[in-house]
Design a binder for this molecule. Structure first.
Ligand SMILES: NC(=O)c1ccc[n+]([C@@H]2O[C@H](COP(=O)([O-])OP(=O)(O)OC[C@H]3O[C@@H](n4cnc5c(N)ncnc54)[C@H](OP(=O)(O)O)[C@@H]3O)[C@@H](O)[C@H]2O)c1
Length: 337
């Protein structure tokens, strides 16, 4: 039996679709009060026959912070895809990030060991890789560097990976993937799909930095192929292309036929901007429009190599411009355009 944690989220839903459409019966874990609306929505991007495929999912209740619920959920599970996490760059979420991502993953590893899960795949992030100066390519071997200012989200994912490595030392078969920013249809108000909404809404500034990007289908292919292979005790960068934010935003704007952000967000303007936004948020009680970790990480020049992945599994990654076009078309349809 296969189990997916985070099945109500963006990546987890795309993964669930691929697994059930390949004929698998799958258990998907969700918290008691979470809805499955996004999963249904994401399935509808692929098929008209959503109900028939949803029938192949058995929803089981579980919370990363409740190890007993994980022990119950993992009963009879052979293959475990762990995608659940708090994904946020909001400074107000610091505590939740560390608790859920680090302690939650420690609990997942512990329950997987106790339930004799045969293999686990952990969805980490490029943020949990090291940093190279001077535009050098970052890969699985780049050392983690505590001197560079990492977001709390990145630190939480790095620490979570250490929990997975601990599990491997105790006999768990596992593989870790480190995807770049994932592009694809999802909740347009949350996580990486929100980039499309932000550009559509008339974003004026683009950050100076570069990052690694990848389409959601490629991430799903990578994790399923790695899970189905003999590969274990390895981590893999999953990035289709390294791009400037300016290029990415230009492509998104072009695909949606809206103006692209025109002004470069310089370092100092960004530093002032997040402080003003956080002060305004304190007064209004709303989420800040930009925040420290998002501003700082998008001001950096990151570039990644997926050589190891390409040499290990059979995968041809989609050019980012094509992923952008496909996603933008679905976004516009959802907006009634
Ligand atoms: N999106 C990206 O660009 C990107 C890039 C690289 C790596 N990743 C990684 O990919 C994974 C999935 O990201 P995503 O973008 O799909 O995030 P997402 O849409 O926010 O989904 C997160 C999932 O985690 C679940 N979750 C959160 N706290 C939980 C808890 N305490 N117990 C059980 N489930 C909990 C959420 O369930 P609820 O419905 O109950 O909230 C949701 O299903 C994450 O590990 C993330 O670090 C994402």
């Amino acid at each position: 039996m296969i189990l997916v944690t985070g099945g109500t989220g963006f990546l987890g839903s795309h993964l669930l679709y691929r697994l059930v459409s390949a004929g698998h019966m799958v258990k998907a874990m969700k918290r008691k009060n979470s809805g499955t609306y996004l999963t249904e929505k994401i399935f509808s991007y692929y098929t008209k026959n959503v109900p028939a495929l949803l029938e192949r999912i058995e929803w089981v209740e579980g919370d990363l912070l409740d190890i007993y619920s994980l022990l119950d959920a993992f009963e009879g599970v052979d293959y475990l895809y762990h995608t659940a996490a708090v994904v946020s760059l909001d400074t107000g979420d610091d505590r939740l990030l560390l608790e859920t991502n680090v302690q939650g993953t420690a609990n997942v590893v512990q329950a997987a060991l106790e339930r004799n899960v045969r293999k686990m795949c952990y969805a980490s992030t490029i943020g949990a890789l090291g940093y190279e100066e001077d535009h050098k390519l970052i890969d699985e071997e780049t050392p983690w560097d505590t001197s560079t200012k990492k977001s709390v989200y990145s630190v939480s994912k790095y620490e979570a990976e250490r929990e997975v490595w601990r599990g491997m030392a105790e006999g768990l078969q596992a593989v870790i993937v480190n995807p770049g920013v994932i592009l694809g249809p999802g909740d347009w108000n949350h996580g990486s799909p929100r980039l499309f909404f932000t550009v559509y809404n008339g974003l004026k500034f683009y950050p100076r930095g570069t990052n690694g990007f990848v389409g959601v289908d490629d991430v799903v292919t990578a994790i399923i192929r790695l899970m189905e292979s003999d590969v274990t005790e390895e981590r893999f960068t999953v990035v289709a292309e390294n791009l400037s934010y300016r290029q990415l935003f230009d492509w998104i704007a072009e695909a949606m036929n809206v103006p692209a952000p025109k002004y470069k967000l310089g370092k100092w303007l960004g530093e002032i901007g997040w402080r003003v936004a956080e002060a305004a948020a304190l007064l209004t009680g709303k989420q800040p429009v930009i925040n420290r970790d998002a501003v700082r990480s998008s001001d950096r020049f990151y570039a990644y190599s997926s050589k190891k992945l390409l040499e290990t599994i059979d995968i041809e990654m989609m050019p980012v411009k094509k992923s952008v076009k496909i996603t933008a078309k679905l976004f516009l349809e959802d907006m009634g355009k």
